[in-house]
Design a protein around this ligand. Structure first.
Ligand code: C5P
Length: 227
C-alpha cells in the first residue's frame, strides 16, 4: 500500500510577525510549503499527499499546486481552528491500514533521509516520532523559582510523526485537550506507545521572525533539504 502524508499548512502564523502566514512566505524563491511537498515527493515516490490549508489562503496555495510540476495530485482539505482539528480533517481522507505521516509545513528544512527513516521505523514499531536532545541546560519553572532538570531526560519533538492510520484515526476521536500540540500526545492518550527516533537539529519549525532569515540561509547553504 502506498504511504500517505498530511502536510499541515492551516495556521495563521501570528508569532512569526508577518502579514503572510509563515508557511506561505517565500524563502530563496520558493514558498515555505513547497520544500516539504518536494521532500515528500522525492523521499516516497507514490506517496499520496493531503495538504491541510484554509480556504482564506487559497490565493497562496492554489497557484502553487496548479503551476508546479508534480503537484497536481496533491489533495487539499480545509483546516481547523487548532492544529488538532486540522489533523482530524486530514485524517478523514486517509484509509485504514496504511502508514500516514503528519508534517508541519512550517518545517521547510525537513530532509529526505529523515522522512524515509520515520516511515521505515513506523512500519516496524507502529509509529515513529523524531526528537532531539536539547543542547542547552533546562530549568523547570515553579511558582516561586526555577529548578534544573537533567537535560538527557528531555527531548524536543519534531515532525514528520508517522503512524498506522487505523489506530491514529481512532485516537483522534478523543475530545480536544490543550496538551495535544502534536500527534504523539494524541496517540499516547489512546493508550498506544510512542517510539522515538533521532530528529535533525536543522528541522526546526519557523515560529518567530528570527527563524525566517536563518531558514533561508540554511536552505541556500544546503542547496536543498536532502541530508
Ligand atoms: O502553530 P504551530 O506552529 O504549532 O503549527 C504547526 C503546524 O500546524 C504549522 O505548519 C501550521 O500551519 C499548522 N496548523 C494547522 N492548523 C492550525 C494551526 C496550525 O494546520 N489550526
Amino acid at each position: 500500500m502506498n504511504p500517505y502524508a498530511i502536510i499541515l499548512a492551516g495556521g495563521h502564523g501570528l508569532r512569526a510577525g508577518t502579514d503572510t502566514p509563515k508557511q506561505f512566505l517565500r524563502l530563496n524563491g520558493k514558498m515555505v510549503i513547497q520544500y516539504s511537498l518536494e521532500a515528500f515527493k522525492e523521499a516516497l515516490p507514490g506517496c499520496k499527499i493531503i495538504l491541510v490549508a484554509s480556504a482564506l489562503h487559497r490565493h497562496y496555495w492554489e497557484p502553487l499546486l496548479q503551476n508546479t510540476p508534480g503537484f497536481a495530485d496533491v489533495q487539499v482539505t480545509d483546516s481547523g481552528t487548532e492544529r488538532f482539528f486540522s489533523v482530524r480533517n486530514g485524517l478523514v481522507k486517509i484509509p485504514g491500514n496504511v502508514l500516514v505521516g503528519i508534517h508541519d509545513a512550517a518545517r521547510p528544512l525537513i530532509s529526505v533521509d529523515l522522512i524515509r527513516t520515520t516511515y521505515r521505523l513506523a512500519a516496524d514499531h507502529g509509529c515513529c516520532i523524531p526528537a532531539i536532545t536539547p543542547a542547552d541546560s533546562i530549568r523547570l519553572l515553579t511558582e516561586k523559582t526555577s529548578l534544573p532538570l537533567p537535560r538527557n531526560t528531555i527531548r524536543l519533538v519534531q515532525t514528520p510523526q508517522v503512524f498506522l492510520s487505523s489506530e491514529l484515526k481512532t485516537a483522534y476521536q478523543a475530545p480536544y485537550n490543550d496538551l495535544f500540540t502534536d500527534d504523539a500526545a494524541v496517540w499516547e492518550n489512546a493508550g498506544l506507545s510512542v517510539f522515538l527516533c533521532e530528529g535533525r537539529k536543522h528541522n526546526f519549525k519557523i515560529t518567530t521572525p528570527d527563524d525566517i532569515p536563518l531558514a533561508g540561509w540554511l536552505l541556500s547553504s544546503n542547496g536543498s533539504p536532502k541530508g
